[in-house]
Design a protein around this ligand. Structure first.
Ligand code: PLP
Length: 380
């Protein structure tokens, strides 16, 4: 991989990460569900007002557990955006469900809640809103639709940890929420995630599925005197060494959020002149949402301009990236029968979007350089 002077992402330390890792190793329990796994779960449950949070080794794993909990099978249809990371879809595809992609809103790039009802059938089992960029979906509407049609709601809050919709933390609103602590997210431990279990009926089974289909969690708590195979499941726990790293980050959530908000504001204010000149569009955060400033994107006027700017920045040693290739237009999506033109907003905006370097340790001089380079691109 080529080295960039200003990379797109850079993992960071904020406090006692390495100290806690040493503690975890010296404690003699480095497997899952050690001291720091418990500390992370309790901290988040308290902070976010969640009933039950279980650490997993990824958000992908948390989504897979969610699909098993909802007993998703080949008769079921799942409603989700196409503008998302592959794991949102794969968790349900693995369980052979039919994926029903809906278009996104032009302002937040989140699932368009007004497009959900028209695709609900008697086979629909769940709605999976993705809180893109740490900006909340229209959860009141989505929850109303779910209640009226007796559907589960699984929030993919991989990007939305510690962000809010009205007075609720993302991930705590639907039946289940999922978080990511991958090194590109706000709070990191290399690879990591969590499942937020809000619906009481899922709590016990979530523990079992996460522990290879056994009741080992009950055994650890002394509720049964031996543990055994009781259900399907897999190994979804992270090592306590990773939880130790994560705990140091979670202890500093406010500091991390504040720092990211500053970075976000800097880009936003510095790029407004280009908005006024009609060169690009900036992210939108609705007033119902308290964002965690997960990422910073700009939307250019067309795909050629986006690609030319990306190349121009790379020549200057700056790595900007785009995402996502809409899932409905991926090889797997096409094999399901999806084609171009079915989700026009997703298709046009994903071609025009560019993400700028954005990470905790990004320096103001570096941000200034990114902005100056974008400005000089448009002066060419
Ligand atoms: C990052 C991400 C995931 C996957 O998270 P992992 O922890 O890497 O498995 C899933 N969904 C969305 C929307 C993401 O951004």
């Amino acid at each position: 991989m080529r080295k960039f002077r200003i990379p797109f992402n850079r993992p960071f330390l904020v406090g006692k990460e390495l100290y806690y890792i040493a503690q975890s190793v010296l404690s003699g329990h480095t497997a899952g569900d050690g001291l720091f796994t418990g500390k992370c779960q309790t901290l988040m449950e308290k902070e976010f007002g969640a009933k039950k949070i279980l650490l997993t080794h990824s958000c992908t794993a948390a989504l897979e557990i969610a699909a098993i909990l909802c007993q998703v099978g080949s008769e079921d249809e799942i409603i989700l955006p196409s503008f998302t990371f592959v794991s949102t879809a794969n968790a349900f595809h693995l369980r052979t469900a039919k994926l029903v992609f809906v278009d996104i809103r032009t302002d937040t790039l989140n699932m368009d809640e007004t497009k959900i009802e028209e695709v609900i059938t008697e086979h629909t089992k769940a709605i999976v809103p993705v809180h893109y960029a740490g900006v909340a979906c229209e959860m009141d509407t989505i929850m109303d639709i779910a209640h009226q049609n007796d559907l589960y709601v699984i929030e993919d809050a991989a990007q939305g940890v510690n962000a809010k919709y009205k007075d609720k933390f993302l991930g705590t609103i639907g039946d289940i929420g999922t978080y990511s602590f991958h090194e590109t997210k706000n709070f990191i431990c290399g690879e990591g995630g969590a499942i937020v279990v809000n619906n009481d009926k899922f709590v016990e089974r979530a523990e079992i599925i996460r522990e290879k289909g056994t009741d080992r969690s009950k055994f650890f708590r002394g509720e049964v005197n031996k543990y055994t195979w009781v259900d399907i499941g897999s190994s979804y726990l992270p090592s306590d060494i990773l939880a130790a790293f994560l705990y140091a980050q979670l202890e500093n959530m406010e500091q991390i959020n504040n720092r990211r908000a500053k970075l976000f504001d800097y880009y936003y204010k510095a790029l407004i002149p280009l908005v006024n000149d009609g060169m690009l569009r900036l992210p939108y955060v609705s007033s119902e949402c308290k964002t965690n400033s997960h990422l910073f994107y700009i939307i250019l006027k067309d795909e050629n301009t986006r690609n030319a700017l990306l190349d121009y920045l790379q020549l200057k040693g700056i790595l900007a990236v785009f995402h996502y290739i809409p899932l409905h237009l991926s090889p797997v999506g096409r094999s399901m029968g999806y084609t171009n033109g079915q989700l026009p907003v997703t298709e046009s905006l994903s071609n025009c979007l560019l993400r700028l370097p954005f990470y905790y340790d990004l320096k103001q001089e570096e941000q200034a350089e990114v902005v100056d380079s974008i400005k000089s691109f448009f002066k060419k």
